[in-house]
Design a protein around this ligand. Structure first.
Ligand SMILES: [Zn+2]
Length: 297
């Protein structure tokens, strides 16, 4: 007992912070479920769009694919933290070479990982074989909190090398990585949630941060809008790379992707095989009205 007390007193602030963040980080299923539950209730109270008839079916599919992602994350999710521990142990990467303070490590680490995640996301859109996988996320006709976790499992594997590259280049310690993953998970739930921020608050926040309103443009059915606002947490990269879109116009916003509306393609099996079905998505079909869930007349 005395040994435990002594240990806890000796534990420095950074270690306590690391432990706290580790509890809340993305591998923690309870953290994820709690976020989703809170946002889900908020959506129900203040919905941006009224859900259509297919919403419950859509919800079940999204939860099922999210469960597969969580399972895969249990298998491969420790690769990046191992990488972060390795760069700290070997004092590799910019933050170690520059001898940055913990605050400096936090700022550089978040900027570095977020830039690399921005690039990874943009390439998913620009390179056709990768877009075939990313369509699974974008073909959701009724964007809500579950859409944030509706991704083809292979997308998770695509992101790992980008995390490793950022960790190595910027010398990101494990506690900064855990902080980033926790904020990124939280924001994945918020930015897809079926609600919008008041315009004034949105205008201020989006100067540096990807707001729920800003990310809604990225789920537009119109391709120039789909190919904008790639940011994960910070909006600065879209401004820098000229992919920033100030929208959306909520009245005209239509979610999803043309040619991928059919029930078979929107099923769990359909979504999992979507990347290997190059003929899917053509020819374009009618848009879905977000407010009714019905095809546009
Ligand atoms: Zn995207």
């Amino acid at each position: 007992m005395a040994l435990i007390c002594h240990w806890s007193i000796e534990m420095n602030v950074m270690e306590q912070l690391t432990a706290a963040i580790a509890l809340a980080e993305t591998h923690n299923l309870l953290f994820l479920l709690a976020i989703v539950a809170i946002v889900f209730l908020f959506e129900a109270a203040f919905p941006l769009f009224r859900y259509g008839r297919t919403h419950v079916r859509n919800l079940i599919v999204n939860v099922a694919i999210a469960a597969i992602l969580v399972g895969l994350d249990f298998a491969v999710g420790s690769i990046s933290p191992h990488g972060a521990n390795f760069v700290t142990r070997t004092r590799f990467g910019l933050s170690n070479w520059l001898g940055l303070s913990p605050l400096g490590q936090l700022i550089l680490g978040v900027l570095g990982i977020d830039l690399f995640q921005f690039l990874a996301h943009m390439i998913l859109h620009k390179y056709r074989p990768l877009w075939a996988f990313h369509r699974v996320h974008h073909c959701d006709n009724q964007v809500d909190v579950t859409t944030g976790f509706r991704k083809h499992p292979a997308e998770l594997l695509w992101k790992i090398p980008w995390y490793i590259a950022a960790i190595a280049l910027f010398g990101v310690p494990a506690w900064v990585l855990a902080f980033y993953l926790a904020v990124s998970t939280l924001n994945a739930a918020l930015e897809h949630a079926n609600f919008r921020l008041p315009a004034t608050l949105d205008r201020w926040l989006r100067v540096v941060y990807v707001t729920p309103n800003m990310h809604k443009v990225h789920h537009s059915r119109l391709q120039p809008e789909t190919d904008s606002n790639y940011g994960d947490i910070l909006s600065i990269w879209d401004r820098l790379f000229r992919t920033y879109n100030p929208g959306p116009r909520f009245d005209e916003l239509r979610y999803g992707l043309d040619g991928l509306n059919e029930r078979g393609k929107q099923s769990l099996g359909g979504l999992l095989k979507m990347p290997f079905m190059p003929s899917w998505g053509k020819p374009a079909t009618l848009g879905i009205d977000n407010r009714t869930g019905e095809a546009d007349a």
